[in-house]
Write a protein that binds this ligand. Structure first.
Ligand code: ATP
Length: 272
């Protein structure tokens, strides 16, 4: 089955168009990397995919139903860009956050043995079982991201959507986190990941969508490296070099400045 299907989707904030005529499908079990320059509409497209915004034109379907029909937390888990910042001040434990995955609409429900088992198993799968009783605010950024993934697993989500989840992490933690996403994808989870570091995405994702308001590329990761879509989407004056795995990048400073290097090699073009 198709997890997400976008047909000619456009979106404007007021009269400012930010997504223009995007059509693409995400198959169940796929790992899609959504890349593009800052402000290219990636986060907006992700929220459209999840039915959190309605397109100004076109249609979005999730698991063969209109995306906006989905209840909060139903089949889909979303780790927003600022989720972990907000969590820093929450006076709750790791276990309590993961439990929320069991009751997206009923935080005060009674927990069955099944629920307890699902929470324990989710904590275990993301490797933070030993942190279950710690306060979320007392964790590292990488550990906190795992809490949100565990909550998605406890909710038995079929689609995990993440928006630049490792921006605040150091290089080692981000690699470990993406290894985890890769493992979950191997186990059947559909993953859609917005990430500005093209090298990281091409190392993990099976499919790439490259966006700059419109779609410049959608296809297999291997074909992306060969295509000139990257240069076209990022515009002239943007030189993309080989990814240097030993080089630390991807911190918030990098993020604001622009883009890290990708495996894909491209020369600037005159387009735009
Ligand atoms: N709530 C909003 N109201 C008005 N304009 C917005 C809003 N959110 C985003 N925008 C604008 O829409 C455009 C696309 O933003 P979006 O956050 O989707 O891009 P992005 O590719 O995810 O960017 P980044 O990589 O910087 O996170 C930008 O020009 C942004 O300023």
């Amino acid at each position: 089955m198709t997890a997400v299907s976008l047909s000619d989707v456009s979106f404007s904030y007021g009269d400012v168009p930010v997504v223009d005529g995007v059509s693409l499908d995400v198959a169940e079990g796929e790992f899609l990397g959504l890349v593009g320059p800052n402000g290219s509409g990636k986060s907006t497209l992700l929220t459209l995919m999840l039915g959190l915004r309605r397109p100004t034109r076109g249609e979005v379907r999730l698991f063969d139903r209109p995306a906006h029909d989905f209840a909060d937390g139903e089949r889909v888990a979303y780790v927003a860009q600022d989720a972990t910042d907000a969590a820093r001040d929450m006076p709750v434990t790791v276990r309590e956050v993961v439990r929320m995955g069991r009751y997206p609409r009923n935080l005060f429900g009674r927990f069955s043995a099944d629920d307890r088992e699902a929470v324990a198993s989710a904590l275990d799968r993301v490797g933070i079982a030993d942190l279950a009783d710690r306060r979320v605010g007392a964790l590292s950024g990488g550990q906190r991201q795992r809490v949100f993934v565990a909550r998605a697993l406890a909710a038995e989500a079929d689609l995990l959507a993440l928006d630049e989840p490792t921006v605040a992490l150091d290089a080692e933690s981000r690699e470990a986190f993406y290894d985890l996403l890769g493992e979950l994808n191997q186990q059947g989870m559909t993953v859609v990941l917005v990430e500005h570091d093209i090298g990281v995405v091409t190392a993990r994702a099976s499919r790439i969508a490259c966006l700059n308001k419109r779609l410049y590329f959608h296809g297999d990761t291997d074909d992306f490296a060969e295509s000139d879509a990257l240069a076209a989407a990022y515009g002239a004056n943007q030189r993309v070099l080989d990814h240097d795995h030993g080089h630390h990048h991807g911190n918030s400073h990098d993020h604001q400045r622009g883009h890290s290097h990708g495996d894909a090699r491209a020369e600037p073009e005159d387009e735009q």
